[in-house]
Ligand binder design. Structure first.
Ligand code: PMP
Length: 461
């Protein structure tokens, strides 16, 4: 067990909660509620478990925030960051300058991780910043080619692309958009969410065609010559692990090609192994023009994100004789790049992608699917190491609980009381455990989730 850092004083849990309530504004939190109720204080983590300050051990079914794909105990990454901070703790990469660690990280990501048609990488500090960067790259791409009228970016309802103003504008989550006067020129189409949006008896395949057709319809309505790009998460994550029908992405790619618009895949969640491939585009066999990545690139240990740029786009950007007036102080931070290099090293050494594809992914699917029989469960979806459990009041009609019941929150809290963390997205419970979870830990996750569902059922039904 690791020791408490010497800069952290010893305090009672209550004291930490009181201090938290005094000064700290939490992200994605109802401030009034937390001020009244106090936060759960996390103290430390090990393997795939996090420990609260008052000693609860929780199996982390969300890999932190979809990012600690290799779990929490990774001395290789810690050591790389430590070495880097002693050698070159910071330098920027602006103005004709580059440090050796960012060069090595670019080289490894392009040659050993990214799909073959990807030639360049731009680093950021987060997924949101990376999507802002996408907007800048897309704009430059069309400007350089004299097609500045191509301003529209098409996205999908319920998409999550981050929380900066630009990323929120790309996104489609209604509660976020209510609080932001976003950018213009973003249009949204329906998401490929069969469980709620399919018509009576509509097959997955027919629904996939209809959801993809929504893109073509929107392009034609806007005028193809005015559309710059389409952006989508391969699997919608924060919107509730919505797995599209198998035909969807190939159809979307075909439509983008037909009208010559750029295809941006936001792989912040799916990148770095979630589906048993480095990227979901490898899983689906498609070639996006731009790929957003973040989170698991450093196993969540350092803040790093970025955009992978295809040959088609890099040819244009690299022919631009004007300065690309975009970059962040921490674009390619040495410690973050060191963490990325160590993370890639562990993936390769331990054959993590094979493990997901051939062993733990199929086992996770098999075990999570068993929850389908539970009275509260309307559907279970899985792909790779992503899972969703749809909660319903009535299985046959797929009727949900009334919103004011807060069924998702009740279930999430019941899960935590049983010792497992999953996230509630409305009335969908989602899971994204570390990829290195063992079969017996999957068993533990399922048993705890089942016990949580039973407890919740006694409150809800
Ligand atoms: N895109 C997707 C698909 C995401 O899931 C997230 C974060 N959950 C982001 C972008 C934003 O990343 P960050 O929080 O690092 O800004």
């Amino acid at each position: 067990m690791s020791t408490r850092p010497n800069f952290l004083p010893e305090r009672e849990t209550r004291e930490w909660q009181d201090l938290d309530n005094k000064h700290y504004l939490h992200p994605f939190t109802t401030h009034k509620e937390i001020r009244e109720n106090s936060a759960r204080i996390i103290e430390r983590a090990e393997d795939i478990y996090v420990y609260t300050h008052d000693g609860e051990k929780l199996l982390d079914g969300m890999a932190g925030l979809w990012c600690c794909n290799l779990g929490y105990s990774r001395p290789e990454i810690v050591d790389a960051v430590h070495q880097q901070l002693q050698y070159l703790p910071f330098y920027n990469n602006f103005f004709q300058c580059a440090h050796t660690t960012v060069i090595e990280a670019s080289h490894r990501i392009i040659n050993d991780v990214a799909p073959d048609h990807i030639t360049d990488v731009f680093f950021t500090g987060s997924g949101s910043e990376a999507n802002d960067t996408n907007i800048r790259i897309v704009r430059r791409y069309w400007d350089v080619q004299g097609q500045s009228q191509r301003k529209y970016i098409i996205s999908r309802d319920n998409a999550y692309h981050g929380s900066t103003i630009a990323a929120t504008s790309l996104g489609g989550i209604a509660d976020m958009k209510k609080q932001v006067d976003g950018m213009g020129n973003v249009e949204h189409i329906m998401p490929p969410y069969h469980f709620e949006l399919s018509e009576h008896g509509e097959s997955e395949e027919a629904f996939g065609e209809r959801a993809a057709q929504a893109l073509e319809d929107k392009i034609l309505a806007l005028g193809p010559e005015n559309v710059a790009a389409f952006i989508g998460e391969p699997i919608m994550g924060a919107g509730g692990v919505k797995i599209p029908p198998a035909n969807y992405w190939k159809l979307i790619e075909k439509i983008c090609r037909k009208y010559n618009i750029l295809l941006i895949l936001d792989e912040v969640i799916t990148g770095f192994g979630r589906l048993g491939h480095w990227f979901a585009c490898d899983y689906y066999g498609i070639k996006p023009d731009l790929i957003t990545f973040a989170k698991a690139v450093t196993n969540g240990f350092q803040q790093l994100g970025g955009v992978l740029v295809s040959d088609r786009v890099s040819k244009v950007l690299n022919s631009d004789s004007q300065e690309f007036t975009h970059g962040y102080t921490y674009s390619g931070h040495p410690a973050a790049c060191a963490a990325a290099l160590a993370t890639i090293g562990v993936f390769e050494r331990d054959n993590v992608l094979d493990y997901v594809r051939n062993e733990i992914g199929p086992y996770f699917t098999e075990r999570l699917s068993e929850l389908k029989g539970h009275p509260l469960v309307g559907e279970v979806r899985t792909i790779g190491m992503l899972g969703a459990i749809e909660i319903v009041k009535d299985k046959a009609s797929k009727t949900r609980f009334p919103g004011e019941v807060n069924a998702g929150v009740i279930i999430r809290d019941c899960f935590i009381n049983e010792g497992v963390i999953m996230r509630a997205v409305g009335q969908t419970m989602v899971a994204a455990p570390p990829l290195v979870i063992t079969k017996s830990q999957v068993d533990e996750l399922i048993e705890k989730a089942r016990a949580g569902l039973d407890k919740a059922a006694s409150k809800l039904i």
